[in-house]
Structures are given as structure tokens and as C-alpha cells.
Design a protein around this ligand. Structure first.
Ligand SMILES: Cc1cc2nc3c(=O)[nH]c(=O)nc-3n(C[C@H](O)[C@H](O)[C@H](O)COP(=O)(O)OP(=O)(O)OC[C@H]3O[C@@H](n4cnc5c(N)ncnc54)[C@H](O)[C@@H]3O)c2cc1C
Length: 396
């Protein structure tokens, strides 16, 4: 820990604000006298809980197509400069086990081990840690950046904003990075919670609340985008990987369509059993859990053999094309990421320095670059932090 007295006497080469994924990667990727300011008592809070504690740290198949941004080519240089195998090499050098899961998703056995490795690397390259310290304001005066913090002012020649997005305020997120970027003349692409659960309108919430905690495979579509994966019913609406993925493309008032039987044509399935003594839900045995089938069918549930054709069609529509307009998302408190952010058109894509504010660098989730579900957001934090570090290294 660094004392107030020491702070008064040092001008750092670089001050990094935010000790999350991007800030830690940046700090550990170049040697210079630098300080990392983090509001939490321990750095890397989000990394520690990521991937359910196992940290889906990257994706073998990462490419620019995995990111949403108003400036879709911006991420390419950084993705080329730091690739999944570069992170794997770091893990191997530090004897941290990892595994590859379907669709190239790379996981560690323990997210905490990754945080420890990143902190060690940062310390070994001359980073002083100022934790439990809130950055309050950044000023540029007489050729120096002055960061007012809850521990007193910090002086540095360059500043890296690595404060992350707005999601999960309980883990340290806040608006400081966005406000500081705006103060230095950068614009913000409207932020919104993403990779987040969607809430049902009131009537559907009442109808489906008894399914909370149940999950199944489903295909969730939003506009042109369709994701087949697990769907989880919650007390508010729906969540799970298929829904989180679709939420990245959802805009208010837009309908979302769920196919609860993505492998089957529901109408043919019901028709083929019309001459049996089964109920609708019994005809779906082995295809859908009975509780989910009955709730989905609602008043249509009944004897299949006596049902008129339009009942079969209505049931098939509910099963293959269940469409509704979500009331909203469940918000920043539970969103995995913040979409939108600092407009990247004003950022150099190789160095991450703000074009109009020399010496100010912006990395990670603060930027208007949002990855799909599957390790892409942490990879963005690593590669943007690494690229900024390489640019800063040249100035030492
Ligand atoms: C529950 C959860 C699980 C996730 N799982 C995954 C996953 O498995 N794979 C994946 O790719 N992505 C995952 N993500 C997303 C990923 O964690 C983030 O995109 C990534 O951490 C962003 O890195 P960052 O460095 O930009 O911000 P962060 O890692 O959020 O770091 C920002 C840091 O800045 C600090 N800070 C903010 N304001 C101030 C201030 N004023 N003063 C001082 N410090 C400040 C914060 O405390 C924080 O430590 C997950 C997110 C959540 C919430």
C-alpha cells in the first residue's frame, strides 16, 4: 500500500483507474513506474465471479464479428495484437489449468487464480496498488494529469481509464469513467444493459411464475438473430444463455420469439397423435417437461382427439412461435455487460489513446464495443489493455 506522503512526492509515468480485467492486464503488460487506483479492497472483483467462478476468459474463435459497436472495424487491431493463445500462454507459464468447452469457450478451473496471476504480473512490472480508493475527478493541469481520489491527489503523465461499464454496481461499477471521458470531450453512445434477463409483461408473469427455476433448451429470436441454448424461467421473466445472447440485440418494444421445440414441427407432432387418447401435454412427453408443456398450453390443454384443427394450430404456434414484447430487461444490477459506451471514433484503435486528449487512454467495457456471450468480453478487456500497454511502453 502506498502512503499519502509518498503520493505527494511521486509523479507516475501512468495512472490506471480501475483494477478490473482491462486495468490489470494493462498494468502487467509494460514496465514503468505506475499506479493502479481501485475502489474495491481487492482488484478483479468481476473477474473473480465471472463464468460462475470459473472465468470464461476467452474464446478460441474470437473475431470482429463477435462484437457489437457503431464502429465495427475498431476492434480488429487489438484482436490481432493479443489473441486467445497469448492468454493461454500466460496461464501455462503460471501453471494455471484451463479447459476448452463447446463453441471454443475457454474456462479456467478457478477465476481467483487468474486474478492472483494478473496482480502478481502487475506488481512485477512496477505497479503500485492504491486499493479501497475512489477516483473522484481527473484534471489536466500544467502538462500533468491530477487524479483527485479519496486518498488524496495522484499525479501522472498519462491516465488509463479502465473503470468498466455500469453493470453490477455491487462489484464496483459506476459512471465515473463515462463522465470523465465526456469531460475530456468524448461522446457516449447511449448505454443499455446487455447479456441480461428479459421481464414478462404483467399477465405473462402471472401465468408463468410457477415455472421459475425450470429450464429447457429453446431457440430465442430477436429480429434477425436466433440463439439455441438453455432458457431459464425466473420470477420476472426469462434468462439463461439463449436469452442473454438475444438481449444483446433487443430494443424496447421489439417482440422476442421463442421456439420451445426447436427440433420439431409441433403441428405435425400433435397431428400424428390425433387418434390416440392422449392429452396435448401427454403428446409432448419426452419433448417438453410436463409442467412447462401444461403452462405453455394454458386453456388449450385437453383431449387431443376431440380438439378442433384451430386448437392444434394455436398450440403449435405457442410451442414453435411463442412471441411476446418484453416489459424490459432486469437492469444493470444483473446485466453481465453494458452495451454502448465511449464512442470509439475518437479513439486510436492501435494505442487506445483519445485523439483529442493526448495522454488519456480508454480501454475495456467503457468503450462502445460489446462482445457476445462466450468469453468475448473478457477477451476485449485483455486485448484493449494489452494494446494500450504496448503504446505506453514506447513512451518510457
Ligand atoms: C456476473 C458476471 C459474470 C461475467 N462473466 C463473464 C465471463 O465469464 N466471460 C466474459 O468474457 N465476460 C464476463 N463478464 C463480463 C466481464 O467481466 C467484463 O466485460 C469485464 O470485466 C470488463 O473489464 P473492464 O476492465 O473493462 O471492467 P471491470 O472488470 O468491471 O473493472 C473495472 C474496475 O474499475 C473499478 N472502478 C470503477 N469506478 C472506479 C472509480 N471511480 N475509482 C476507482 N475504481 C473504480 C471497479 O471497481 C472495477 O474493479 C461477466 C460480468 C459479470 C457482471
Amino acid at each position: 500500500m502506498i502512503t499519502r506522503n509518498e503520493l505527494k512526492n511521486i509523479i507516475f509515468h501512468t495512472a490506471i483507474i480501475g483494477g478490473g480485467a482491462g486495468g490489470l492486464m494493462c498494468a502487467g503488460s509494460f514496465s514503468a513506474p505506475k499506479i493502479l487506483i481501485e475502489r474495491n479492497a481487492q482488484p478483479g472483483a468481476k473477474v473473480s465471479v465471472s463464468g460462475g467462478g470459473k472465468c470464461n476468459f476467452s474464446n478460441r474463435f474470437v473475431s470482429a464479428a463477435d462484437y457489437l459497436s457503431q464502429n465495427k472495424h475498431f476492434c480488429k487491431n487489438a484482436l490481432a495484437a493479443f489473441q486467445p493463445q497469448d492468454f493461454l500462454r500466460l496461464l501455462d507459464e503460471n501453471k494455471i489449468p484451463w479447459e476448452e468447452r463447446p463453441q471454443g469457450r475457454l474456462f479456467a478451473c478457478s477465476a481467483a487464480e487468474i486474478v492472483r496471476m494478473l496482480v502478481r504480473r502487475a506488481k512485477n512490472t512496477g505497479t503500485r496498488f492504491l486499493t479501497h480508493t475512489l477516483a473522484l475527478e481527473v484534471r489536466f493541469e500544467n502538462g500533468l494529469f491530477i487524479i483527485d481520489t479519496s486518498a488524496g491527489p495522484v499525479r501522472a503523465q498519462r491516465v488509463v481509464l479502465a473503470c468498466g461499464g455500469l453493470s453490477f454496481p455491487g462489484l464496483g461499477a459506476g459512471s465515473f469513467g463515462f463522465k470523465t471521458a465526456q469531460k475530456f470531450g468524448l461522446t457516449i453512445v447511449q448505454q443499455r444493459p446487455a447479456l441480461v434477463g428479459l421481464s414478462f409483461p404483467k399477465a405473462l408473469r402471472e401465468q408463468f411464475c410457477k415455472l421459475a427455476g425450470n429450464s429447457l433448451q429453446a431457440a430465442v429470436s430477436c429480429g434477425q438473430h436466433m440463439f439455441e441454448d438453455s432458457l431459464l424461467f425466473t420470477h420476472e421473466g426469462i434468462s439463461g444463455p439463449a436469452v442473454l445472447s438475444a438481449s444483446l440485440y433487443w430494443t424496447p418494444e421489439q417482440p422476442v420469439t421463442i421456439n420451445f421445440l426447436p427440433q420439431d414441427d409441433a403441428l405435425s407432432l400433435l397431428h400424428s397423435q390425433k387418434n390416440t387418447a392422449k392429452t396435448f401435454s401427454a403428446a409432448l412427453h419426452g419433448k417438453l417437461p410436463p409442467k412447462i408443456a401444461k403452462t405453455l398450453l394454458g386453456p388449450l390443454e385437453g383431449d387431443l382427439s376431440n380438439a378442433p384443427r384451430q386448437h392444434l394450430q394455436a398450440a403449435a404456434n405457442r410451442l414453435n412461435r411463442f412471441s411476446f414484447v418484453p416489459q424490459g430487461t432486469v437492469g444493470y444490477t444483473r446485466a453481465e455487460v453494458t452495451a454502448g459506451g465511449v464512442d470509439t471514433r475518437a479513439i486510436n484503435p492501435s494505442t487506445f489513446e483519445a485523439k483529442q486528449a493526448p495522454g488519456l487512454y480508454i480501454i475495456g467495457e467503457l468503450l462502445d464495443v460489446t462482445g457476445r456471450l462466450g468469453g468475448f468480453n473478457l477477451h476485449w478487456a485483455w486485448c484493449s489493455g494489452f494494446s494500450a500497454a504496448k503504446a505506453l511502453e514506447k513512451q518510457f
